[in-house]
Design a protein around this ligand. Structure first.
Ligand code: FES
Length: 203
């Protein structure tokens, strides 16, 4: 298999090969330690002429992968534009922590400026002594939920509701302090937008 003209071993997924070659490709819902979720579509590439999500497409049987063709860059840019409509201002501009993965993806796709109206959510759950959840920054990638459920087998959080009503929650009307959360920190480590952040002195 060749990725952007470079030889790559056809093992694992296309994303594995891309990252092994040191090529930058957004993959906002893929946690290094967990199987792919396939929710965000920010990892789109062109593989043998088809546009596929690199995180859950096996490399085996693929000959040519492009991460930078005009077609696939335009598609990823559209996906990222839609993602930008889901969250609040950049946290480091608004006085919060920077959001590395998400904003690096925007900048790589020349999307540094906010697009306009954003989805409004209720705000802040700071009930845990160890971390805070800034719902405005959440893009519903599901990484925190997967980390809680599949990595830690706790299941303290989930995604409730559909469409514009969908949100990450520890339960209807519940806070993290009310939930089964053990403050293990896996959700905080998994979050690519810093919607979940450690409290000062807890990092
Ligand atoms: Fe592939 Fe999200 S990282 S769909």
């Amino acid at each position: 298999m060749r990725v952007d003209g470079r030889e790559a071993p056809p093992r694992g997924t296309i994303l594995d090969a891309v990252l092994a070659l040191g090529i930058s490709l957004p993959h906002l819902c893929k946690d290094d330690n967990l199987p792919p979720i396939g929710a965000c579509r920010t990892c789109l590439v062109e593989a043998d002429g088809r546009v596929v999500a690199a995180c859950h497409t096996p490399a085996e049987g693929i000959t040519e992968v492009s991460t930078g063709s005009p077609r696939v860059v335009a598609l990823r840019t559209t996906v990222l534009e839609l993602t930008r409509g889901m969250h609040g201002p950049r946290p480091d501009i608004a006085g919060g922590p920077s959001s590395g993965e998400l904003w690096a993806a925007y900048e790589a796709h020349r999307l540094a400026e906010p697009p306009g109206p954003r989805r409004e959510r209720s705000g802040l759950d700071a009930s845990s002594p160890f971390f805070a959840f800034h719902e405005q920054q959440c893009i519903l990638c599901g990484r925190c939920v997967a980390a809680c459920q599949q990595l830690q087998h706790i299941g303290a959080i989930g995604i409730a509701g559909r469409g514009t009503a969908a949100r990450v929650t520890p339960g209807a009307g519940a806070t993290f302090a009310d939930s089964a959360c053990t403050a293990c920190g896996s959700c905080v480590a998994a979050c690519p937008t810093h919607a979940l952040v450690p409290k000062e002195g807890r990092a």
